[in-house]
Ligand binder design. Sequence first.
Ligand code: CP3
Length: 347
Amino acid sequence: MWDRRTLSPRERFLRACRREPVDQVPVWLMRQAGRYMPEYQAVRAGRSFLELCKSPELCRDVALQPIRAFGLEIAIVFSDILLPAEAMGCDLVFDEDGPKIRNPVRDRAQVEALRDFDAAAATPWPAQALALTAAALGPDRPVIGFCGAPFTLACYMIEGRGSRNYENTKRMLYGAPETLHLLLERLTDNLVGYVEDQIAAGATAVQIFDSWAGCLTREDYIAFAHPYTKKLVQRLARHDVPIISFVNGCAHVLDVMVDSGAQVLSIDECVDPAIARSIAGDKVAIQGNMDPTALLATPAVAERETRKNLEAFGHGRGHVFNLGSGILKWTPPECVHACVKAVQGWS
Ligand code: CP3
């Protein structure tokens, strides 16, 4: 086998994505930069979240905070999945309880009125932030680019805010499916260039966040979410950068996700890792699954639960350690530290 830690963090991560043997399970955490960190709160003080997303130097600084604080070796560019919605003409604001779109898209005329955008002109900040983050990390440490999946972005554009039942989206899905398909098609087309700019800026891998697709029946997932994620993955394939597909609430569609063309499936905390492993077979690597609420108690609990999660995955091959969904803002930083150390000390 390997002497301990012979691979660079970049090589370790890429090998895990390709299901090749590694010297240690690579680790990063969804929402690893953010409000649970006092360092983040300090940068965020006195400016809005959107202003922060549009200040590439500050995005770099914030993306590096969890790297420095916890010894993490994989960064994710600091940005938000909703910037492309703004670039297409949505009036986006972030307030106390999350994002709001003040002109939601509810009918065909509104879908047609959306703009196609050139990312470098309309929303250059994520690629700029990524280039700065990559330069600060150097060639041996990976930085992940990202976008929202077409379905999740469509949900936000239609609902205009977070939602429990997705009533407006479902009304369109059942009542005017061709309008929803048009919106999904337009989002997919626009996301290609948006992600390609992040790849050109140095992204080691790209994660597609389908945070809301778990609200769909299996049949509707197959009709409205999967084809667009798959198309996006296909159109990015020529860049030879691993794609990670995350669907929150994915238990009922794991076998469908395996066929998206993404090299890595990121699974939520409700899926049994052994079942995910057996569905993934030798086709894709698995990321995720650690319950983010297991980091809310004490460092000792975080360490214990991290070990349990690693054991549940069995052999480390084709596994990227991560949470099943993003770190919660009430998470004590020392619990994150204990989690990261437990992964790095695992053999
Ligand atoms: O380290 C990182 O992962 C940072 C980059 C990042 C953010 N958002 C920063 C952020 C990433 C990858 C995202 C993705 C994102 N944004 C998703 C998909 C991931 C998921 O959780 O399923 C979604 C659904 C969004 C939309 C969004 N942005 C919401 C719902 C919210 C508010 C609620 C919340 O959980 O914070 C945001 C705001 C946001 N995005 C913050 C951060 C750090 C907090 C903003 C603040 O400072 O007030």
